[in-house]
Write a protein that binds this ligand. Sequence first.
Ligand SMILES: [Zn+2]
Length: 449
Amino acid sequence: MPHRGTLAQQTTELLQQLIRNRCVNDGTPDSGHEIRTVRTLQQFFAGSGLEGIVVEPHPGRASLIVRIEGSDRSAPTLALVGHTDVVPVEEAGWEHDPFAAEIIDGELWGRGAIDMLNLTASYAVVTRALAEGVPGAARFRPRGDLVFAAVADEENGSRFGVQWLTENRPDLIDADYVLTESGGAHAGPQPSLTVMVGEKGIATRRLLVRGTPGHGSAPWGARNAGVIAAEAVTRIARFRGTTVISPEWRAYVDALAYDTETSAALTDPDRFYDALGSTGALAGFAHASTHTTISPNIVRAGEKGNVIPGEASIDLDIRILPDVSADDVEGYLREALGDLMDDITIEGDLYGASTVSPLDTPVVEALRSAVRRAYPTAELLPMLGVGGTDGRFFRRRGVPAYGFGVLSERWDYGRFRRLFHGHNERIDLDSIDLTVSALDRVVREVLGE
Ligand SMILES: [Zn+2]
């Protein structure tokens, strides 16, 4: 077996191919084309004895799942779950071609470089290294199974990816623990690296607003549904709801090492808003970490230029904290809208609870020791993600899932969030090296020998 260079070099080269595959998921079923990356990965694994299984619930929306069987059926199993799709780009906002995967001044540029093709490539490299062994070294034999899953459609709710797998082929991705995106950013002067232990839930709703139609030439005193909707949107935007200080948020504020007064205010529900401004680029994240958020994202009213609309609708993107029920969501909306509720009906019942993984698992221990290998005095900083990842599908089945990586010190959480889905997405080669080395250690430690 030829030696193919270090894990970091292999990851860099594979990541470049994954970026160039341009698996852009624009939300339509015929986008994504993740089959391209499945083929790239099949070539990557060729000759290693790893074949895997391909599923394709819709033409082009393919996922590849590889399992290395362990020697002990009672030993814990681990799945590395990486999505292969990326979100669209606005090319005009980029300084370099988002799909050329050029390395410029030690950084690899391209859509997906940090979300999360870097991890998907690392998972593949670690998996192949485990199967092939290192030339000259004794071959590592895992006790528990290792699963590598390169999955489609994470960027649009995972209908053709992990959701499909959990509903139709749970046997393929079955594992005791899961690693996925998104962790590894730094917080504060004392080194603390983020590990995503859970994420908020979701409850989308539509508000139907009733007015009275009339002629646009005489608007005085009209009950224009568009005007009522505008007032409703404004009230929702101003609504503060309940500030909840979770243990994860408290730990995060501690790690950031603000001055005592700011830290105290940021962890006090009554004074939270006084200090929110001092969090700078983290303000949106700080707010979303401590609130069930309601964002009015689609507002529709009117069809004809001279007719006062009798109906309007507002689509709400609602992200819920742990322990918030569907009834609580309705309560927040009634409180925010007040007397406007006379003209408004709440529609929709979608409810996906927030999910959180335990911290007292052997995997978290392995993550901690891998982080300390890179940063000897570092602490793990458990975080609740404010968006959604494939981790939720596993946590809902009782399988702990952690968002893990090890990034270089240039990555604070503000930069991390800005480049996620942003212009000029890129990753430095040091971070690729740190992450793949850490994953290699974690896999070997968790699966034992
Ligand atoms: Zn992602």
